[in-house]
Ligand binder design. Structure first.
Ligand code: GDP
Length: 423
């Protein structure tokens, strides 16, 4: 499989509320690139990909790390959880570990961040339903300018001489005085001992790769409806999973990225609290959840499920300056004569065809459902009527159709073209 010659850099983003199957799409596209780059989030992401029938779950590392010869870059926009990262690193071959590059500006998630998050969620009038991995408080520390960065802990003596004092101050400021300081020293030491060779100025690295004509694949975690600025705030993640996050999350100019692929399932899911206009409930929801295996990779929580939401997709297409869709999990709906799709909403008796800007409005929406043509068994031909309808409704073509969970279950259309085996 080859990217078009003119297409040096591509970005893959999730268009819904996460769990769209981005890991698999990145994995498919990564066969022809030189580096895969993550630009935000941390271990709150959980990509699952099947190579043959072997299941691989990665939380920090981009999927490309499983391909020979590709650099796996963790950008400055990420927040890294030492133990989880070490666990992942130790689960892959040493040859692959040597291809990891970690930004010296990426922030470190420390035990007191988890304690702060737990406290906030417990006390909140409106809990967000976060993964409790300390991601939000680590970003708070970053923007509060009290964060600890990978470059800091690689400095000789920093962990021993500076870190305990800093953490004592920070944890007190945040209401969890003294929480996890010894633990932080221990895990940061482990991280330094294992990964010091991988920590570098990744912005400079990406510039160099670009100027050498190397191909970069950027990978968003979560989904753009959870974007800290443009998602359904406050029920969002703490970073920008949309394409817009690439610049601040890597230091690489988004103007150089020629193609943005947005991943969407043929239906929708959401984890955690917050508005989800196309949500369904009861037995219908249970059946869809079971058919799609919709239980969180990171938390095991049952995902909320609903129908494909066209106004939300149009909003996502605009936000991400989208070029094409990667459509996943259509096989879950195999054999359905028609597919329910939300094409608009009713709000106080008025018909809307756009995703509302105000959260208050999003919460009051009643979906308008159309039945679109179904398919027997998913393949490029039987999906054609649905794919055309999607193109018509959104103005965006489908470039990749995933037909099952395995790496080789995929159909590729323009502008990506299939060449030979996808193994
Ligand atoms: P991500 O975070 O967006 O990568 O999504 P997850 O990995 O959390 O969830 C996607 C799940 O769907 C994984 O278990 C994938 O193996 C699976 N998956 C991806 N594409 C397809 C597909 O086309 N069909 C089916 N049945 N499963 C898929």
């Amino acid at each position: 499989m080859e990217l078009e010659k003119s297409m040096q850099h591509v970005c893959v983003v999730g268009l819904n509320w996460g769990d769209e199957g981005k890991g698999k799409i990145v994995d498919v596209l990564a066969t022809d690139v030189d580096a895969v780059v993550r630009y935000q989030g941390g271990a709150n992401a959980g990509h699952t990909v099947y190579i043959g029938d072997v299941r691989h779950v990665l939380h920090h590392l981009p999927m490309g790390v499983l391909h020979q010869g590709i650099l796996a870059v963790l950008g400055n926009g990420m927040v890294l959880e030492p133990l989880k990262l070490l666990e992942e690193v130790n689960s892959i071959p040493e040859e692959a570990v040597q291809r990891i590059r970690i930004s010296d500006r990426a922030h470190v998630v420390l035990p007191y961040h988890c304690a702060v998050e737990k406290l906030h969620e417990e006390r909140a009038e409106r809990p967000i339903g976060t993964t409790l991995r300390g991601i939000g408080p680590a970003y708070q520390a970053k923007y509060g300018r009290i964060g600890i960065r990978m470059g800091d802990i690689m400095e000789p003596g920093f962990i021993e001489d500076v870190l305990p004092k800093r953490l004592a101050e920070h944890s007190e400021m945040l209401g969890v005085a003294g929480e996890g300081i010894d633990e932080a020293v221990r895990i940061c030491t482990q991280l330094r001992d294992r990964l010091s060779q991988q920590v570098t100025d990744t912005r400079r690295l990406l510039q160099r790769l670009d100027s050498e004509g190397k191909k970069l694949l950027f990978e968003g975690a979560q989904g753009c409806m959870l974007d800290i600025d443009f998602g359904t705030y406050p029920f969002v993640t703490s970073s920008s999973p949309s394409f817009l996050g690439v610049g601040p999350g890597t230091g690489f100019s988004p103007r150089k990225i020629e193609h943005v692929v947005g991943v969407t399932k043929a239906y929708c899911t959401r984890v955690g609290e917050g508005p989800f206009p196309s949500e369904i409930h009861g037995e219908e929801a249970d059946a869809l959840r079971k058919a799609g295996g919709e239980f969180g990779t990171t938390t095991g929580r049952p995902r909320r499920v609903g129908w494909l939401d066209i106004p939300a997709l149009c909003f996502a297409a605009e936000l991400n300056d989208l070029d094409s869709f990667a459509l996943t999990k259509a096989d879950v709906l195999d054999g359905w004569e028609t597919i329910p799709v939300v094409t608009g909403y009713r709000l106080d008796g008025e018909l809307l065809d756009k995703f509302p800007d105000s959260l208050t409005d999003v919460q009051g929406l009643e979906p308008v459902i159309e039945q679109w043509p179904g398919w027997g068994k998913v393949d490029a031909q039987s999906m054609q009527p649905f794919i055309e309808r999607l193109h018509q409704a959104t103005g965006i073509p489908v470039s990749i159709l995933s037909t099952g969970k395995r790496r080789d279950e995929v159909c590729i259309f323009e502008p990506f073209k299939a060449e030979g085996e996808l193994a």
